[in-house]
Ligand binder design. Structure first.
Ligand code: F6R
Length: 619
């Protein structure tokens, strides 16, 4: 939540920062702003506007037609927490003398007493944000810090509670930026004669792929020539540089109108790349994960913690892991987990699934789990993010950058990654023979081709989407692993098309939700395989007849050749036959397309749905 960019180098910083903000806009897009240090350090020029970056562009063109000269700048794109998205509440924030400019991601939980303290001593605050206090506090701390911006920021950080990435510029220090991080993301980009700070590498990957992940409670000072990192006490700390393993092309739309549409198409590759190298011919190998065989053998209970779409992948994982290992698996929304005293010990494996690796609810859940001595394995799509850093082990999904706010390719990658973990556990515990593991893996390896086949036949889904775009609600039904798919289909539709959409286990229908069925209501049904789950298939056939009898318009996702369901489907979407546990990899795809298409038909921005942000770094 909130995108942050800082630049010091020899180029005109405004352009570099604006370009970085455009690449980070998916992190928040309520308002945006920049501060440029003019040459000689005479002044900080700030421009900020509510709304998308286009509004800032227009304001800059009107107010500064010749640009703002300067080679040091900061920029921010906001997802509002405190104070509505107005020009005033947009970042950067200045202190009363316009000497210090601050951008912030996170929430300063004790901002109210700090604000009261500032007001009591005569400082007028210009915004309603929690962030602005930092600008004033840093300015006040400067004299006692001997005029050293880093020392002043260090002092202020000692007083802040909550989560923050802060980047601070001072008008008397052109060519230098100071940043601090606690619980919110911050990455450093190291170029030739230029240095970048950003919430994620997308902001600077076109300039450099050499990056450094900042750790918890660290302060970094950057100049054009390099950087120094210290802890909050001022002691230098060692950092771990890394090379970004994707390039600019991966973060561009590549001819698609929306990132989400491109990312849906990238799903076969996301699955193939996530599997790559994880089977040696007779064993699953999860090299990056740091749990040894004995630790896996000792696992007697698994908790999956995750949010949103990642949570849905966890619901699917439960079926696979329990089936293969006979170890009980609980799947829990990360936001609920630590508030209810879950039963955890050192033989509990907590699998934390997070695309971003930054989600605060999930991060807090794993912190709680580790305090209780459980082992934590993260499944994450972002190298070096906070969740994998704080976990005992990590398995990376290799879906590449996902820019569309709605998760698509990372969901499919999570489904196979969790199944790799399930197989590794089964292998360690001896609940699956080597040849069985090999067969399961081979089935997974066949999936990219099958997903491609689905992508080749989704045109009728697009037409259908345009046809039902005016409906006031859509229901989704499924059973077994089809139930999480139904939840995922409903979530996509809610977040993209702002329609009332709900997923139900089809068997629950008669216990209440069937009252929602009315004439013409679109109901999407995710059918189990008539071969893999014949009993459930028969039950769902009855459920479809029940809802049709009450007027529902049935949209059925069914296995190729499922003739029994045809008479009951107003619209039939056929997907290739797959093993049941892998079927979500094909049944989810038409639902993603449906949601994206309905959203477009209703005139919404598919990549940036209202009120949302790609990574949720506040609880
Ligand atoms: C839905 C979506 C969200 C995320 C959720 C978890 O399309 O994107 O529901 O899945 O916020 O995010 P991560 O996986 O980054 O922890």
């Amino acid at each position: 939540m909130c995108g942050i960019v800082g630049y010091v180098g020899d180029r005109q910083a405004l352009e570099v920062v604006l370009e970085g903000l455009r690449r980070l806009e998916y992190r928040g897009y309520d308002s945006s702003g920049v501060a440029v240090l003019t040459p000689g350090g005479a002044r900080l020029v700030v421009e900020k506007r509510a709304g998308r970056i286009e509004n800032l562009d227009k304001a800059l063109a009107a107010e500064h037609p010749a640009g703002i000269p300067g080679t040091t700048a900061i920029g921010h794109t906001r997802w509002a927490t405190h104070g509505p998205p107005t020009d005033r509440n947009a970042h950067p924030h200045l202190d009363a003398t316009a000497s210090v400019a601050v951008i912030h991601n996170g929430i300063i939980e004790n901002f109210a007493p700090l604000r009261a303290e500032l007001e009591a001593t005569g400082t007028e605050l210009a915004s309603e944000t929690d962030s602005e206090v930092v600008a004033h506090l840093v300015a006040r701390a400067m004299p006692a810090a001997g005029g050293d911006l880093a020392a002043a920021l260090r002092q202020v950080c000692g007083r802040l509670e909550g989560a923050f990435t802060l980047v601070v510029a001072h008008k008397d220090e052109p060519g230098r930026l100071v940043a601090a991080r606690r619980n919110s993301p911050l990455v450093l980009g190291v170029g030739k004669g230029e240095t970048f700070l950003a919430s994620d590498v997308a902001a600077f990957v076109e300039h450099t792929r050499d990056a450094v992940e900042l750790g918890q409670d660290q302060i970094v000072e950057i100049t054009a020539d390099g950087y120094t990192v210290t802890d909050f006490a001022g002691t230098p700390v060692a950092v771990s540089p890394f090379r970004v393993d994707w390039d600019l092309a991966a973060a561009e739309k590549g001819g698609y109108p929306y990132f989400m549409l491109k990312e849906i198409q990238e799903q076969p590759a996301a699955v193939a790349d996530t599997l790559l190298g994880h089977f040696t011919g007779d064993r699953i190998v999860l090299d990056e994960q740091r749990l040894d065989t004995q630790e896996l053998r000792d696992v007697d209970k698994v908790f999956v913690v995750a949010c949103g779409t990642a949570y849905h992948s966890g619901l699917i994982a439960k079926h696979a892991i329990e089936h293969w290992t006979r170890v009980p698996v609980e799947v829990e929304m990360a936001s609920e987990f630590r508030y209810r005293d879950p039963v955890l010990d050192r033989d509990t494996l907590v699998v934390a699934i997070s695309q971003s690796g930054e989600t605060m609810d999930t991060l807090e859940a794993i912190r709680h789990a580790r305090e209780q001595k459980a082992r934590v394995l993260a499944i994450c799509n972002t190298n070096g993010a906070q969740i994998p850093r704080e976990s005992d082990a990590v398995l990376y999904t290799r879906a590449g950058p996902e820019i569309g706010v709605a998760a698509t390719k990372t969901f499919l990658a999570q489904v196979v990654a969790t199944q790799l973990v399930g197989l590794a556990l089964a292998q360690a515990k001896g609940t699956k023979y080597g040849d069985e593991v090999a067969r399961e893996f081979a089935a997974m390896e066949a999936m990219p081709e099958l997903i491609s086949q689905v992508l080749g036949v989704v045109e009728p889904v697009r037409e259908l989407a345009r046809d039902i775009a005016g409906s006031k609600a859509v229901l989704f039904l499924g059973r077994h692993v089809g139930y999480p798919v139904a939840l995922e289909g409903a979530l996509k539709l809610k977040e993209l098309a702002y329609m009332h959409a709900e997923g139900f286990p089809a068997g629950e229908l008669k216990h209440g939700p069937i009252a929602l069925i009315e004439d013409g209501l679109p109901v999407v049904v995710v059918m189990p395989s008539p071969h893999g789950r014949p009993v459930l298939h028969a039950k769902l056939l009855s459920n479809i007849q029940e809802i049709r009898a009450r007027g529902a318009r049935t949209i059925v996702i069914a296995e190729d050749g499922d003739t029994a369901v045809r008479p009951y489907a107003h619209h039939l979407v056929e997907v290739p036959r797959t093993p049941t546990l892998l079927s979500p990899l094909v049944t989810t795809v038409p639902l993603q397309v449906l949601a994206a298409e309905i959203a477009q038909a209703r005139g919404y921005d598919v990549d940036k749905p209202r009120n949302l942000a790609k990574s949720v770094t506040v609880e």
